[in-house]
Design a protein around this ligand. Structure first.
Ligand code: NAP
Length: 338
């Protein structure tokens, strides 16, 4: 079922061989065809995420069957639906977790990975929600069981992930301590809603967490650094605390005290979202729809926006992300609503 006349080709941004931001170039490609459980979205905006930069650098290849183009989240209009998809999705404004391919005028996404964008919600902002929302929800609230009254520690407080974690913690009554690499970033994180922000370059975050919590420490740590942070993170956890790894920016190997894990009943876990099945991602979308979407509808949950670039300037967007000066989300503007 098709809504509008769709040409055969689309503009997209991809790369031929891995490298720095400049390997990203514009190209014409065939518009992908939706399978029976998919929708085709005419993309209005695409969020930029660190995993896109890792993919471009050759360090995070797309899973089998996924588009070779970067782009894990989009907003746009459903213009075609597969045979098994409810026809009323047609023409809807949605944001979606994509399995890749978001840096293009059209992308195919499993129908279950779409969420409706409420009237009046900015479509560029909507594109900046899914990847960090799905990641923080599944890791901090499901794997680490963060609940009202808890205190959690999240590294990268000004990152896309960190700013989403701050927003969700505020909405769900969780105190959040973040770490950042400068005093300016700490101020920005506090202004965004972090309960406390620690400059990890000038302060020992383990000692600070103890002090800020009056010795009680945290119920959970959301970690994107790995390496020698892991043992230090464990020391920030209260007994029965949970440690969730979502990235290893500082190294994938860690030496930890198993005696401490046993003695204080700590849990170490982690996950990567991209390779999970469409069934799993649809389940997460359902949970987000039930528990988080009311805050999107009321306008209480909006992403922290850094800069917006046109699709053809994706290389500049990646360069900005890798320079590390951004606060929140970088987004590519792809199309117009009308
Ligand atoms: N597992 C998953 O499913 C999943 C899904 C999405 C994203 N991720 C990961 O989550 C991380 C954040 O993603 P994003 O898109 O939000 O990226 P981003 O906005 O580029 O943020 C990266 C952050 O990492 C911090 N950082 C980098 N190197 C560090 C180091 N060695 N020590 C401490 N902090 C460091 C930076 O903060 P400072 O400048 O303050 O140091 C920056 O805020 C990425 O590593 C990404 O791959 C994982």
């Amino acid at each position: 079922m098709t809504l509008e006349v769709i040409s055969k080709e689309m503009r997209a941004v991809g790369f031929d061989s891995p490298g720095g931001p400049d390997v990203l170039t514009e190209r014409m490609m065939d518009i992908p065809a939706p399978g029976e459980g998919d929708v085709l979205i005419r993309v209005l905006a695409a969020g930029v995420n660190r995993p896109d930069a890792l993919q471009r650098a050759g360090k995070y290849p797309p899973p089998p069957g996924a588009s070779p183009l970067p782009g894990l989240e989009v907003s746009g209009i459903v213009v075609q639906v597969g045979r098994k998809v409810a026809p009323d999705l047609m023409g809807q404004k949605v944001c979606a977790l994509a399995n890749g391919g978001g840096y293009a005028e059209y992308v195919v996404v499993p129908a279950g990975q779409c969420l409706p964008v409420p009237d009046g919600y900015d479509m560029v902002e909507a594109a900046a929600l899914p990847e960090t929302l799905f990641t923080v929800w599944t890791n901090l609230f499901e794997r680490a069981y963060a609940v009202e009254g808890d205190t959690v520690l999240v590294h990268g407080g000004t990152s896309g992930i960190g700013t989403m974690a701050i927003s969700l913690c505020r909405l769900f009554g969780v105190k959040i301590i973040v770490t950042c690499g400068s005093d300016d970033k700490c101020k920005a994180a506090r202004d965004w809603g972090a309960t406390h922000a620690i400059n990890y370059r000038t302060q020992d975050f383990v000692a600070e967490v103890r002090e800020l919590t009056e010795g009680r420490r945290c119920q959970a740590v959301l970690d994107m650094v790995g390496g020698d942070y892991v043992q230090r993170n464990l020391r920030c956890l209260a007994d029965d605390g949970r440690h969730v790894s979502i990235a290893v920016l500082g190294g994938s190997r860690a030496e930890i005290s198993i005696a401490e894990v046993m003695g204080r009943r700590l849990t170490l876990t982690g996950s990567t979202l991209r390779p999970r099945s469409a069934t799993f991602k649809a389940l997460v979308a359902d949970e987000i729809s039930a528990h988080v979407w009311p805050f999107v509808k009321s306008g209480q949950l909006r992403p922290a926006m850094d800069r917006i670039y046109p699709l053809e300037q994706a290389a500049a967007a990646h360069a900005r992300m890798e320079a590390g000066d951004h606060f929140g989300k970088i987004v590519l503007k792809v199309g117009e609503e009308g």
